[in-house]
Design a protein around this ligand. Structure first.
Ligand code: GLY
Length: 378
């Protein structure tokens, strides 16, 4: 059950979306055909390391979200043309076996493109991307392995397994469906803890598939809860529930959501890691907040219980209000991003307290969801 927005709330979201549009237009004019990842002192173009290539869908994804809100006039067609221009170069990545991020790359772009235009020729790209993603499956251990090693399972993959579900449902391929579901069940078993917190990585014996223990790359410690990982989990298990209606997926999504609600300060923006040491405890991650907001909007529309749905919707609106009021870069005319206060990788000291492309994307998605009167389409 979705809350009716007040006029003031609607104005706040529309203002933020208008600002996002201006920043995106400025980026396209200033640096055409560049796919940014994170800012350095507010600038998208810099020589900082990427670590891995997973962000190229987020800029065109935002262009698709905006294009879908536009009327079919010259201005609206400009957004659609830009969305196509930035999506098309990703096409060959349907065969990319180097990264575990094909959901991020294609559900933000080709999926939205297909949905908006109904063009059936786009379907084969999405299905192929789902099949490629499924090749990461390790029958010993029953998980899709991360880009770092065959022994490694990342919580982030919960945001990418959706493209395997999509390909399975569209082609009625029960083998693909089983791979996607097994991956989610393994992630739930080894990375979601009893209190709803999550670990970033699980390590396995590649020969036997035995689970060896939890680990991390971007969080504070193996036994800590990296806030973006938690946000990926709450959103990703919700998507898994939408695709399967398996109650275990909903339980996991709600357990992660309860942890987020109980452990995050009242403004809704979490520390970069819930167990961070005192010296970095004050560092927040607005990208985790943006992902959690979009994930909670999805969950609010999925849960059968109306009261819980209203609770998730209200929390999502509280977080979104904080992001709009306190983290827009509007007061800083030199800043090229939309949302300040994101963190990419503190251990590598890249993208710390900066704008990050996935933070921008899920913020724009959350604004779009908040402004819709009805729920998101399946
Ligand atoms: N590695 C994906 C992320 O930074 O969340």
């Amino acid at each position: 059950m979705i809350q009716i927005q007040t006029k003031g709330e609607r104005n706040l979201y529309e203002h933020a979306l208008g600002y996002a549009r201006r920043q995106l237009r400025a980026l396209i004019d200033r640096d055409p055909d560049f796919y940014p990842m994170y800012t350095s002192q507010g600038r998208w173009r810099h020589s900082g390391e990427a670590w891995t290539n997973w962000c190229e869908g987020f800029l065109p994804g935002m262009l698709w979200i905006i294009a879908a809100r536009e009327p079919d006039d010259a201005a609206g067609r400009w957004w659609r043309d830009q969305a196509i221009r930035y999506s098309r170069p990703l096409e060959m990545r349907q065969f990319d076996r180097e990264v575990h991020d094909l959901g991020f790359l294609f559900m933000s772009t080709y999926y939205r493109w297909r949905h908006l235009t109904g063009d059936p020729s786009l379907q084969s790209v999405l299905i192929e991307a789902g099949r490629t993603m499924a090749m990461r499956y390790r029958p010993q251990g029953e998980y899709l392995h991360s880009f770092v090693a065959e022994s490694s399972l990342f919580i982030d993959i919960m945001m990418n397994v959706g493209i395997v579900f999509y390909a399975a449902l569209e082609t009625r391929d029960s083998k693909l469906m089983n791979i996607a579901l097994r991956h989610c069940l393994t992630t739930r078993r080894v990375l979601v803890r009893g209190d709803g917190s999550t670990a970033h990585e699980g390590l396995f014996d590649v020969e036997t598939g035995a689970f060896l223990g939890q680990s991390t790359h971007q969080g504070w410690r193996a036994d800590s809860c990296w806030s973006r990982g938690l946000a990926w989990a709450l959103y990703g298990f919700g998507t898994a529930y939408r695709c399967t209606r398996d109650a275990r997926m909903l339980d996991a999504a709600e357990a992660c959501t309860r942890f987020y609600i109980e452990r995050t300060p009242s403004d809704g923006v979490p520390p970069w890691d819930y167990d961070a040491p005192p010296e970095s405890r004050a560092l927040v991650d607005t990208s985790a907040a943006a992902v959690a907001t979009a994930g909670m909007f999805q969950l609010a529309r999925l849960v059968p219980d109306q009261v819980r749905g209203q609770c998730y919707d209200a929390v999502a609106r509280r977080i979104l209000g904080t992001l709009c009021r306190s983290y827009l870069s509007e007061q800083d005319p030199q800043w090229e991003g939309i949302l300040k206060g994101g963190v990419y990788h503190l251990g590598k000291n890249i993208g710390v307290n900066e704008s990050v492309m996935w933070g921008e994307y899920f913020f724009v998605e959350a604004l779009d969801l908040a402004l819709r009167d009805s729920g998101p389409e399946d």
